[in-house]
Design a protein around this ligand. Structure first.
Ligand SMILES: [Cu+2]
Length: 294
């Protein structure tokens, strides 16, 4: 087998492997959506959860595009290096060339990376703008991070407020939620409506993150951060606090239920009654639920 043939076989093998990775990832992504409308990561999942908003779809597309560019660049560099190792090693090429500069080549290896970076920058800025600029919102929900649960407020509806803490393993299993992701209460928002999320914290920095929405924003004490989402499909979505906030950082999940406008309105009526003036003793509850700390 000639060196050329070996080189071709190795390259073809690598390309096949990488494409299997890529498209294997894509098919895992497609069946992330559970039939019962529960959207969460699943065992052995490759890639992202199935997007539920335009923003997340754009993030996934951008990620996939970048990955393809990375693969092409890596393969190109790998091929160049292999070519050099084989063609210009001491045995194959005993008399080395004394060439040290090549103006044309230097212009090419400066401009090509700049062009690649510009190709990346344009969709990147577009995406940043899409995430950052909040369209006219249909409703506002406020999330407040606490050690270690979330408090939600609905400023559009008399500011009613409630706390949302993690269910124990048994409670989550009984309610059909994934372990460490189910919460006792959760926010409900209407489908296909723009929701403005205002996020802050009471004690330390937390982060309100909902992977399927493409949302992750820091909850900073004394500061109001804003983000938005417009969910296209009804269902139950899970997220987690995504800023290391202390020993129980991993035990303050986020649950969002997306429902039709009618169901949302019915929920608002019920929730206003149920949560009016109620403030649960969540710290005691969380402390009782978690394993004893040394
Ligand atoms: Cu936290």
């Amino acid at each position: 087998m000639s060196l050329n043939k070996i080189f071709n076989t190795v390259t073809a093998g690598l390309v096949t492997f990488l494409f299997t990775l890529l498209f294997g990832g894509a098919s895992a992504l497609a069946d992330t959506l559970h039939t019962d409308g529960i959207h969460s990561a699943k065992p052995d999942q490759l890639g992202f959860m199935e997007p539920a908003t335009q923003v997340m779809r754009d993030i996934v597309d951008f990620h996939d595009g970048l990955l393809i560019m990375c693969i092409v660049v890596c393969l190109f560099v790998l091929a160049l290096m292999a070519y050099i190792f084989i063609k210009f090693n001491a045995k194959a090429n005993p008399t080395a060339s004394t060439t040290t500069h090549h103006t044309g080549l230097e212009i090419v290896w400066t401009t090509v990376p700049i062009i690649i970076l510009l190709i990346i920058a344009i969709p990147s800025f577009k995406l940043l703008y899409l995430e950052d600029v909040i369209p006219e919102a249909d409703l506002t929900v406020k999330a407040i991070g606490n050690q270690w649960y979330w408090t939600y407020e609905y400023p559009d509806h008399d500011d009613f407020s409630f706390d949302s803490s993690m269910l124990s393993d048994e409670e989550a299993a009984a309610a059909g939620h994934p372990r460490l992701l189910g919460t006792d209460t959760h926010i409900v928002v209407p489908v296909n409506k723009t929701v403005r999320m205002i996020v802050t914290a009471n004690d330390v920095i937390h982060a309100w993150a909902m992977p399927a929405f493409g949302v992750k924003i820091d909850a900073v004490p004394g500061k109001l951060n804003e983000t938005w989402f417009n969910v296209e499909r009804e269902g139950l979505y899970y997220g987690q606090c995504s800023e290391l906030c202390g020993k129980d950082h991993g035990f303050m999940p986020i649950m969002v239920e997306v429902v039709s406008q009618e169901k949302y309105e019915a929920w608002i009526v019920k929730a206003r009654e149920e949560y009016a003036g109620i403030k649960k003793d969540n710290l005691t509850r969380v402390a009782a639920m978690l394993p004893a700390q040394q």
